[in-house]
Design a protein around this ligand. Structure first.
Ligand code: CUA
Length: 358
């Protein structure tokens, strides 16, 4: 064998050069396709994209810092990926001559030393340094807040309380735009995590412990929030909205929310109020101004003013509310609320009453 090689016959290749190049081209094409397919979401039109709870569309100072860190990591990763892939391609494509020896043993050692230790260390230390800086910046907010809100996590909904205004609601938080708002977090059962990607990073809600951070929205809008810590079967249906509006609108909203419920003028709704107060609804739900004082489920005093039902599971419409009361498990399996055995007339009356709770 040795004599054959040295006499000028090239060694048999596993693949011919042509096939090697074809495979290389296919590999590059597939890598690029996989990489670019992640961009499809960017092609959505502006309005749709605004609705996505994307941390790449920040609407507050903390989220903007986190976005900056994300892009730093993205570009560092992209540059390193391109260099490594370019190097690999060059190794695959270039014609290799028999007697060629591009690098000296010393050169090979240097490549391993710099490429495998020094450059990764510089990259990791850079990312680490910037991460610490951002963490410091967005957590160093002692005493800055203009409003305080207490949020308690439940399986699977969010209890929201404004202590200064004595307003209780659920799954919907209103904040004044341009003002820092401190959110205090705790949990009634298991660990949850409060995340509004366009406004801030995540923060856990731990039972028996209070954590807090400051969020701020710089633009008016409705921002989706979600639970970001697995907390049981309906973890994915534990959402909320943050409504950022002018300070005047926030104050007006708080004033409305602090009002007790009124006895409805409509006869059907009056009947519905009786249905509610005579049923086991009152064991879990509170309606301000009535004898319903349960605190296991969401406060319903201003239920009709909210955008969603069941923590962002469905829109707040009469149809969805009817389905929810009749059989909540068909909408959110595993939820604590039991199905009701109301007659058709009772349900109609109850819905008429609940619609008055604005
Ligand atoms: Cu609460 Cu996941």
């Amino acid at each position: 064998m040795k004599t054959q090689q040295s006499s000028g016959t090239p060694p048999r290749r596993w693949l011919s050069l042509k096939k090697q190049r074809a495979w290389t081209a296919l590999f590059v094409f597939l890598s690029l396709a996989a990489w670019l397919s992640g961009c499809s979401v960017l092609e959505l039109d502006g309005a749709e994209f605004m609705d996505l709870p994307s941390s790449l569309q920040p609407r507050g100072p903390a989220a903007a810092q986190i976005e900056g860190l994300w892009w730093l990591m993205f570009w560092l990763g992209t540059i390193i990926y391109l260099i490594v892939m370019g190097y690999l391609l060059w190794a695959l494509i270039r014609k290799r001559r028999q007697d060629e020896n591009i690098l000296s043993p010393r050169g090979e050692q240097n490549i391993v030393f710099f490429g495998g230790a020094i450059i990764p260390a510089i990259v990791l230390l850079t990312v680490f340094g910037f991460t610490l800086g951002v963490m410091w910046d967005i957590s160093d907010t002692e005493g800055e807040e203009e409003m305080r809100i207490e949020v308690t996590g439940h399986q699977w909904w969010w209890e929201v309380y404004y202590p200064a205004e004595r307003v209780e609601t659920a799954n919907e938080i209103h904040i004044p735009v341009g003002q820092p708002v401190r959110i205090f977090l705790t949990s009634d059962d298991v660990i949850h995590s409060f995340w509004v990607p366009q406004l801030h990073g995540k923060l856990d809600l731990n039972p028996g412990q209070i954590t807090s951070f400051v969020i701020q929205a710089d633009e008016p809008g409705v921002y989706w929030g979600e639970c970001a810590e697995f907390c049981g079967v309906q973890h994915a249906q534990m959402r909320f909205v943050v409504v950022a509006e002018s300070p005047e609108q926030t104050l007006a909203w708080l004033e409305e929310q602090s009002e007790p419920a009124q006895v409805p003028a409509d006869e059907l709704a009056q009947l519905g109020m009786q249905v509610f107060l005579d049923s086991n609804c009152v064991e879990c739900h509170r309606i301000g101004g009535t004898n319903a004082t349960g605190d296991l489920g969401p406060d319903l005093t201003h239920l009709a003013s909210r955008r969603t039902l069941a923590a962002g599971t469905v829109d707040n419409t009469i149809g969805n509310l009817s389905g929810w009361i009749s059989d909540p498990h068909s909408i959110k399996p595993g939820v604590l609320m039991p199905p009701s055995d109301l007659s058709g007339e009772e349900l109609q009356a109850l819905l008429a009453f609940l619609a008055t709770l604005e």
